[in-house]
Write a protein that binds this ligand. Structure first.
Ligand code: ADP
Ligand code: ADP
Length: 217
């Protein structure tokens, strides 16, 4: 299956992607993770993306689309994938539609994880991420077993530079202006399922899996 996880920064996309990855046996492809990996590797792509990420703005569509299309052309994505953080603008959605059409493929389901802005700010300000495997934790609502250490692989947890209050406000504005219009786009394509993301992690997970089953008919 080809799935898109849609939702504001902090909605819980990365948290839920792990479950979907196990359930669907498809790679979890997060454009934010790809940009951060490029930056750690010191590539020109990473350096170009850095300024935008620091300000909480979108990296330009052409760069982002090229990176994503290359990633979904890899052999491990041939049977499907879970996109997290892409598309984030109508131009990106149109580029993806066009690339899929050329391969006679479609998106099977867009799962919208809906969370209020107040809760998003609370989540992002307490978010800790594993440097090695990117698993997200929350200081209060989803703490690791040992402070500062990833449950999955023992990696070091860190707080992202762009999870500061000021940048978070920018990112939420960008989501409202540039990404939220995708809700109508995918509603028109009849693939959108809206999930209440403001519940316990396990309840969100159950609702997401139920929405996938419905899509099988
Ligand atoms: P979040 O956890 O807030 O959803 P991400 O890790 O997905 O954040 O993204 C972090 C930053 O990476 C974004 O603020 C943006 O600068 C850049 N980015 C990620 N995905 C995209 C995209 N599809 N288009 C443009 N920029 C992106
Ligand atoms: P996104 O990938 O959409 O930006 P994350 O999955 O990184 O979001 O989650 C953002 C923060 O919220 C993390 O600290 C995570 O532990 C926490 N979180 C995720 N889902 C929930 C939930 N259902 N209830 C409370 N906190 C959550």
């Amino acid at each position: 299956m080809r799935i898109i996880l849609l939702g504001a920064p902090g909605a819980g996309k990365g948290t839920q992607a792990a479950t979907l990855h196990e359930h669907l046996n498809a790679p979890h492809i997060a454009t934010g993770d790809l940009f951060r990996a490029a930056l750690s590797a010191g590539t020109p792509l990473g350096l170009e993306a850095k300024g935008y990420m620091d300000r909480g703005e979108l990296v330009p569509d052409d760069v982002t689309v090229r990176m994503l299309l290359e990633r979904i052309s890899q052999p491990d994505a041939s049977g499907g994938y879970i996109l997290d953080g892409f598309p984030r603008s109508l131009a990106q959605a149109h580029a993806l539609d066009e690339a899929l059409r050329a391969r006679n493929e479609t998106i099977d389901r867009v799962l919208l994880v809906d969370v209020s802005e107040e809760e998003l700010v609370r989540r992002l300000s307490g978010r800790w991420i594993c440097r090695a495997c990117q698993t997200p934790y929350h200081a209060i609502s989803n703490p690791p077993r040992a402070e500062g250490v990833c449950d999955a692989d023992g990696g070091e947890l860190y707080q992202r530079d762009d999870d500061t209050l000021e940048t978070v406000r920018n990112r939420l504005g960008v989501y409202r202006d540039q990404t939220a219009p995708l809700i109508d786009h995918y509603t028109e394509q009849r693939v959108l399922a809206r999930i209440n993301g403001e519940q316990e992690i396990d309840s969100v997970r159950a609702d997401l899996l139920a929405a996938l089953t419905q899509s099988h008919g």
